[in-house]
Design a protein around this ligand. Structure first.
Ligand code: DAH
Length: 341
């Protein structure tokens, strides 16, 4: 049996010399140290040996086992070192090379313009008020002095939901009613930014969703002069100290009188160019004095209170400011577009 042990040991060590990789090393372990390896069979037979033989063979078998365990560990470590040496030469690192630049995310152009608008109005003492995107017909139209079947409804092509009287807001103006009902009887100075939705044929100039920033001021002595002053100041802060503004009469059911504000074209300085269609002016918002009916719907007595309101489109301002010729870029999420801002 001792000779058998010598043979087992020699065969195992010889076989180990041919082992080159992890997989064959594992095969070697199973063949020479595994459950059914010849060495293990020797251990299994120890019980059958005579009292004199057993300690002798047992000791030798244990020696062989330890020897093979050590040889396995050595071989495994040697292979690990060799593999490390191989990767170190193959994948030589030059730590002095400059790193690869990491692409940084940026704010969406709409967000950038929105934040500038918030900043300017916050500096003038306006609070930001958020209101819902899913609205009732009552708030989106009725309360704003636009009764059912009134021709003025044609100004807003609407997405209706399957629930009767529930729609996606077509403008941020319904927020005016929410603010008034919440703030009454305090004076109000808020802006209401948010997404609006219209059932439009999508084109370079029209999208089915876009942001608006509504403004509302209600108090005891608010005049059209305050409206002009506030919005002209806004334009100067937004487009530059020198920019001129003009107010044109207009019509909105929820304001009386109503106006639209133009700013002098900041691309050509008023000389006339492609962006302002040769007029020298760019329309940027609608505004007016809050209609008495709307004040009343908000809970404010129009004999004691007055107010002004306005609504502007940040995407429109971004398009003019950055010469973006197609509104569809805003929500197409094409990074080649977004990366430019
Ligand atoms: N809600 C109007 C629209 O979507 C914009 C607007 C015009 C808002 C005049 C106002 C306003 O608050 O006074 O076309």
């Amino acid at each position: 049996m001792l000779t058998q042990l010598e043979q087992i040991e020699k065969a195992a060590l010889d076989a180990l010399k041919n082992v080159q990789d992890e997989a064959s090393l594992e095969q070697w372990r199973i063949a020479h140290l595994g459950r059914s390896a010849p060495l293990m069979q020797v251990f299994d037979q120890l019980g059958k040996l005579s009292k004199e033989e057993r300690p002798l063979i047992g000791r030798r078998a244990n020696e062989v086992k330890r020897g093979l365990d050590n040889a396995l560990a050595e071989q495994s470590e040697a292979m690990r070192q060799a593999a490390l040496a191989r990767t170190l030469t193959a994948e030589r690192l030059d730590v002095t090379l400059p790193g690869r630049p990491i692409g940084r995310g940026r704010l969406h152009p709409s967000t950038q313009i929105l934040r500038q608008i918030y900043r300017i109005f916050a500096d003038m003492g306006f609070q930001i008020y958020r209101s819902r995107e899913v609205e009732s017909d009552e708030y989106n139209f009725e309360m704003l002095n636009i009764p059912a079947h009134h021709p003025a409804r044609d100004m807003w092509d609407t997405f209706h939901t399957t629930a009767p009287g529930v729609l996606l807001r077509t403008h941020t103006s319904p927020g005016q009613i929410h603010v008034m009902r919440e703030y009454y009887p305090q004076p109000i100075r808020v802006i209401l930014p948010g997404m609006c939705f219209r059932y439009e044929q999508i084109s370079a100039r029209k999208e089915t969703q876009f942001n608006q920033v509504e403004g509302l001021a209600v108090g005891h002595h608010i005049t059209f002069g305050d409206l002009k002053g506030t919005l002209s100041d806004f334009a100067r802060r937004m487009f530059g100290e020198q920019v001129r503004t003009r107010f044109r009469t207009s019509y909105f059911p929820f304001t009386e009188p109503s106006a639209e504000m133009d700013v002098e074209c900041f691309l050509c300085g008023g000389k006339g160019c492609g962006v302002c269609s040769g007029t020298g002016w760019l329309e940027i918002l609608g505004c007016g004095m809050v209609h008495p009916t709307v004040l009343r719907n908000g809970g404010y007595d129009p004999l004691k209170f007055s107010g002004f309101a306005f609504g502007m489109g940040p995407e429109r301002i971004a398009m003019l400011r950055y010469k973006i010729e197609d509104i569809r870029y805003f929500w197409a999420n094409d990074v080649r577009f977004l990366e430019q801002f």
